[in-house]
Design a protein around this ligand. Structure first.
Ligand code: 6GU
Length: 444
């Protein structure tokens, strides 16, 4: 890795980079570090690098032309690399970012100083801004050293893999306690398990102590740390409760991609993660053997809520044609096999010759929302219309191409996604389902 550092105080870096692990990494050629004095790019007699702020106020601002020249020149020395400005306004530095930066072939670090750099330098020349914590230092030099130290020790061959794997923050947890000889010190003894020679037991003890320490000192880390079921069980014995940080999941009980997309459009703005049975590896089909939409929707929602342990939304919908006594209705899917097109052609045949005023129909949708405990709520949406003389449009699915919305003069399959999401039976039912979802998920 190559690291270029732009600073007004290159001398500050000599101590930290000429000792211990960073020094060894440099000597072994695992990292090359180049220090560049920003002042070398000043052009006036006094080698001026800063100036007073426009608008007045305290402190000095690093001049844009000098910094711009310096950055361009350093960039050109080797392969392309991100320019990282060290500033208290940057994104917080943490182990994940260190690991990410350690994977790049080259870094350019720019140390801000005084009141900061001219805003246009940020906009034109800086790719990322990094801060090392919520406190103010006199300049970006110490933060740059911190960043270099954290990155260099992760480079291949710098440390042995075992010490990397065990240490604090590596797995998103704080580290377990360490002991070395003597066995008793200050009246305190080493935990006997560490003297037992049982490697599996020792690993388990260490994992638990790491979890305990993290829970006591940095419970915020547990929200993002990768935890096993066993970790979670142990943490619960300490009084930890599963954080409610990730969005709660709503299961959409459908295997029909068109329908799933409609629900994502209709409910996607709620702070919920919408998942499908397929995504959970669950069998999505539940037999629709009821006589009513209500029965079918409830059975589907309840069955899948129980199987998944998630609050589940299911629907049943159908087309009701008045001239056919309300058929196909909720039984439509069961009695007619074949494709959507075969089904609507069959229906058009049955209505052949009927004038428009006798072709009235409606789409009806019943949504059921069930909890794993067996509560279930239903809402209904109806979209009135007429059966068209012939199929039109390519959107939607099912009977959409032959269902005419008289006030628009278009079929359901000719509507834009926005129009369908405003007017359809499913959209109308979904609007009524929203307050129920808000209530069940306590969304306020
Ligand atoms: Cl990156 N720079 C300065 N000047 N102060 C800081 C910082 C950086 N990170 C925390 N404090």
């Amino acid at each position: 890795m190559r690291i270029d550092i732009l600073t007004l105080f290159p001398g500050m870096f000599t101590g930290p980079f000429s000792e211990s692990i960073v020094r060894r990494a440099v000597e072994e050629g695992r990292v090359q570090i180049f220090l560049h004095n920003i002042r070398d790019w000043a052009t006036d007699r006094h080698r001026t690098v800063d100036d007073t702020p426009y608008g007045g106020g305290a402190g000095m601002v690093l001049k844009p032309e000098v910094l711009g020249r310096a950055i361009r020149a350093v960039r050109a020395l080797a392969e392309p690399a991100p320019v990282i400005l060290l500033t208290p306004q940057g994104r917080p530095f943490h182990q994940r970012l260190a690991a990410e930066l350690a994977g790049r072939p080259r870094l350019i670090l720019l140390c801000g100083h005084y009141e900061g750099v001219d805003e246009r330098v940020r906009l034109l020349h800086v790719d990322e801004e990094v801060s090392i914590g919520d406190y103010v230092l006199t300049g970006g030099e110490l933060p740059a050293m911190v960043l270099v130290d954290a990155v260099v020790r992760l480079l291949p061959g710098v440390l042995d893999q075992e010490s990397l794997a065990a240490e604090s923050h590596h797995q998103g947890l704080l580290e377990y306690p360490h002991y070395t000889r003597p066995a008793t010190y200050g009246g305190l003894t080493v935990p006997p398990i560490l003297l037992s020679g049982h490697h599996a037991e020792i690993a388990r003890w260490r994992r638990r102590e790491a979890l305990r320490r993290t829970f006591l000192r940095r419970p915020d880390l547990l929200a993002v740390a990768p935890l096993t079921a066993e970790d979670r069980a142990f943490l619960r014995t300490l009084g930890w409760t599963e954080p409610a940080d990730s969005r709660p999941r709503l299961l959409l009980a459908s295997a029909n991609p068109g329908k799933v997309q409609e629900y994502r459009d209709l409910l996607g703005d709620l702070p919920l993660e919408l998942v499908t049975p397929a995504e959970l590896g669950l069998e999505g089909e539940v037999e629709e053997s009821g006589d009513t939409y209500q029965e079918n929707a409830c059975r589907k929602a309840l069955t899948l809520a129980r199987r998944s342990g998630l609050i589940t939304l299911a629907d049943d919908s159908g087309l009701e044609v008045d001239a056919l006594g309300g058929a196909p209705g909720p039984r439509s899917h069961r009695y007619q096999a074949g494709s959507d097109a075969e089904r609507y052609r069959h229906l058009l045949q049955q209505l052949e010759g009927l004038p428009p005023e006798r072709r009235t129909a409606r789409f009806r949708c019943v949504i059921a929302i069930a909890t794993p405990e067996g509560e279930v709520y239903t809402v209904e949406g109806v979209c009135p219309g007429r059966i068209a003389a012939e199929p039109r449009g390519t959107g939607g699915f099912g009977y959409d191409p032959i269902f005419l919305l008289p006030e628009l003069g278009r079929t359901m399959a000719e509507l834009s996604r926005e129009e369908k999401n405003r007017l359809s039976h499913r959209a109308r039912a979904a609007r009524r389902a929203r307050p129920i979802l808000r209530q069940l998920f306590a969304l306020g």
